[in-house]
Design a protein around this ligand. Structure first.
Ligand code: NDP
Ligand code: GDR
Length: 324
């Protein structure tokens, strides 16, 4: 019989790529999604991948425990991937309470629903390199101390430790992936890589003349979402649940990432890039660089798609979108 997976956040970047991977692997895929007044459910990313009819959508919200319990009872999943979150760091200062409710306490709701209705299911929690925040070690691994620098990161830390706690308290097969930044053509437009590739495509097509960014000295360890969802799946195939860092092991400034996009489009970055102080954050994570030796040794995971290739793919996808 086909394995059954439930993905929360299926309409997001990772949810879409993970659904695609699980479908390819023969899974029956159920996705929790919330309705909005403009569309029943935002299926645009699933449509981009051509899988919108293959995913069974369940109406739900991470804040609604009773709905999650009912969903778990109905779907009876073998694997649960908790990807839903208010995931934009900058918004978390504007909406700290909501971020705490969804990104933090939401994890309690999903874990409780699993514990009560589907305790043999394997559980994945989407933890984040943002939890490292103010960096304590030059390369961050599973043993590096955390120092969160935003309401988002504080909420993620709560979800992370609760996952560890439910594993230790109730024996759940609950794993946490500490994923560093990962991007793709399906990345939300508010995140810096996509803001850059969309901005560059607009300038190239004569739809804009400038691109405004905040702190371009920040450094990130950027990988491709397609590589990272494979790591999520591999984690849940292990006999013993554990926590793993997933990263490329290479860090790049926002400025240098930006230069790749401008160069590919044949544009002079200095003529178009404007630094806007209003886009700086109240507290910044200056540098992230992950060490995913444990994931490589335990299940052979490595990032395959380099930053240059990904940024070019994103610029091309944005040019195509805008020409339409
Ligand atoms: P996205 O922002 O693209 O997707 C977030 C998803 O969560 C969307 O499907 C969104 O639904 C859903 N969601 C938001 N609030 C609720 C809610 N209250 N109830 C139910 N669903 C909700 O994020 P990514 O795909 O990039 O990331 C996936 C997860 O991994 C997130 O938890 C993120 O914090 C985490 N993460 C991401 C990293 C990255 O670099 N991408 C790195 C490390 C961790 P809707 O479409 O309706 O808005
Ligand atoms: P991040 O991603 O905060 O690392 O969180 P984001 O792309 O938003 O920022 C990366 C870095 O770029 C700097 N920056 C800008 N960022 C945005 N969004 N817009 C700008 O105009 C801009 N100018 C400079 C930021 O200050 C920052 O240093 C992402 C999310 O996916 C989280 O959910 C996830 O947990 C972490 O990655 C790992």
């Amino acid at each position: 019989m086909a394995k059954r997976a439930l993905i929360t956040g299926v309409t997001g970047q990772d949810g879409a790529y993970l659904a695609e991977l699980l479908l390819k692997n023969g899974y029956e895929v159920h996705g929790l999604a919330r309705r909005s007044s403009t569309s029943d459910v935002n299926l645009s990313r699933l449509q981009w991948l051509g899988i919108e009819r293959d995913v069974q959508i369940v109406d739900g919200d991470l804040q609604d425990l009773s709905g999650l319990i009912r969903t778990m009872r109905d779907v009876k999943p073998d694997e649960v991937y908790n990807l839903a979150a208010q995931s934009f760091v900058r918004s978390s200062w504007q909406q700290p309470f909501l971020t705490g409710q969804v990104t933090g306490l939401g994890v309690t709701n999903v874990l409780e629903a699993v514990r009560l209705e589907s305790p043999s299911a394997r559980f994945y929690q989407a933890s984040s390199s943002e939890m490292y925040g103010l960096i304590q070690e030059p390369m961050q691994s599973e043993t590096t101390p955390f120092y969160p620098r935003s309401p988002y990161a504080v909420a993620k830390l709560y979800g992370h430790w609760l996952t560890v706690n439910y594993r230790e308290s109730f024996g759940l097969h609950a794993s946490s992936g500490i994923l560093f930044n990962h991007e793709s053509p399906l990345r939300g437009i508010e995140f810096v890589t996509r803001k850059v590739t969309d901005g560059v495509a607009r300038i190239k097509l004569g739809l804009a003349t400038e691109l405004r960014l905040g702190n371009i000295d920040a450094k990130r360890d950027w990988g491709h979402s397609k590589d990272y969802v494979r790591a999520m799946w591999l984690m849940l195939q292990q006999d013993v649940a554990d926590d793993y860092v997933i990263a490329t092991g290479r860090t790049t400034t926002v400025r240098d990432m930006c230069a790749i996009a401008f160069k590919h489009a044949g544009l002079d970055m200095d003529k178009h890039l404007i630094i806007d102080p209003t886009l700086f954050r109240p507290a910044e994570v200056d540098i992230l660089l992950g060490d995913s030796t444990k994931a490589r040794q335990k299940f052979g995971w490595e990032a395959k798609i380099p930053l240059e290739e990904m940024i070019v793919e994103m610029v091309e996808a944005d040019l195509k979108r805008l020409k339409k």
